[in-house]
Design a protein around this ligand. Structure first.
Ligand SMILES: NC(=O)c1ccc[n+]([C@@H]2O[C@H](COP(=O)([O-])OP(=O)(O)OC[C@H]3O[C@@H](n4cnc5c(N)ncnc54)[C@H](OP(=O)(O)O)[C@@H]3O)[C@@H](O)[C@H]2O)c1
Length: 275
């Protein structure tokens, strides 16, 4: 097992670890020696990732749950602490987007985005800080925001990510006297299942442009191999989830007196769909 970044003996939680960016972060944390708790709604995808971590000599646990049921996050943190005795790294990554204008949008979609991207992240931060303090951990909390939070527009999804930036900065202020650091990561367009709630034509067009023969289903996951091919074939326009995971690994392996506050990680070309 590669353990060059020295996370052996550390406990990490990643929400939204069944796909895309969260899955890549979980895999890298596991490969670096952390005991990773993978949380998400799709058990099989997380079990595959956990099996890979264990095959490489690491430790991983899968906890299935919907983060919009807020008690799920406290249970998740409690389980990680009960099984390992502590919590060092919390990655609040679970998130989603529904496209659409404010004038035409569906308020139920707005509620889902705010519940998942904002409220669940807040509860995840609070539960993690309490657990880290209780076990005197040197803690790292990573919140996954988006480059859309750097723009004044971008619709309701962008509004949720502006909220994430404010939450990360506020929490950093609240924790100045603690041994807990907050990193806010803003990815650009990354090849993941993020477009699953967009019009299916969007994914079909991207796959066609990349020369990939695959049929996206509305709301469905694309196979990891398809996403890998998409990232490889569209390198200028779409980042690879590994790029974001590399940035997270950099942040969480700094000594505790260093706070990597904000990271933007994006492909060379900017992409004009809210992401
Ligand atoms: N891809 C991009 O271009 C991009 C750019 C900037 C920011 N981001 C952010 O990156 C984060 C990860 O997204 P991604 O691109 O990796 O998309 P993804 O492949 O669709 O992954 C999203 C993850 O979040 C989980 N999730 C969503 N709702 C959930 C819920 N209610 N309870 C538990 N888990 C839930 C999903 O679980 P299931 O699959 O099991 O449903 C999945 O594991 C999100 O916060 C997103 O806003 C993405």
């Amino acid at each position: 097992m590669s353990n060059s970044t020295g996370l052996a003996g550390k406990t990490a939680i990643v929400t939204g670890a069944s796909s895309g960016i969260g899955r890549a972060i979980a895999a890298q944390l596991g490969a670096a020696g952390a005991h990773v708790f993978l949380s998400g709604r799709t058990a099989e995808a997380m079990q595959d990732c956990a099996a890979q971590i264990v095959d490489q000599g690491g430790q991983a646990s899968v906890v299935v749950g919907d983060v919009t049921q807020l008690g799920v996050l406290q249970t998740l943190v409690d389980q990680a602490v009960a099984e390992t005795g502590h919590l060092h790294i919390m990655v609040n990554n679970a998130g989603l987007s529904y496209s659409g204008s404010i004038l035409e949008g569906d308020p139920e979609h707005w509620r889902t985005m705010f519940d998942t991207n904002v409220l669940a992240l807040l509860v995840g931060c609070q539960a993690a800080v309490r657990a880290m303090r209780a076990c005197n951990a040197e803690g790292q909390i990573v919140n996954i925001s988006s480059v859309v939070a750097q723009r004044p527009n971008g619709g309701v999804y962008a509004a949720t990510k502006h909220a994430v930036n404010v939450i990360s900065a506020s929490l950093r202020d609240e924790l100045e006297q603690d041994s807990i650091r907050i990193t806010n990561v803003m990815p650009g367009a990354i090849a993941t299942n993020f477009a699953r709630n967009f019009d299916v034509e969007f994914s079909a067009t991207m796959l066609k442009m990349a020369g990939i023969d695959a049929d996206p289903a509305p709301g469905g996951h694309l196979a990891p191999e398809t996403l890998e091919a998409l990232a490889n074939n569209m390198q200028n326009l779409l980042g690879n989830p590994q790029d974001v995971a590399n940035a997270v690994m950099y942040a969480v392996t700094q000594p505790i007196h260093v706070n990597i506050a904000d990271i933007v990680v994006r492909p060379p070309k900017s992409f004009d769909v809210a992401h």
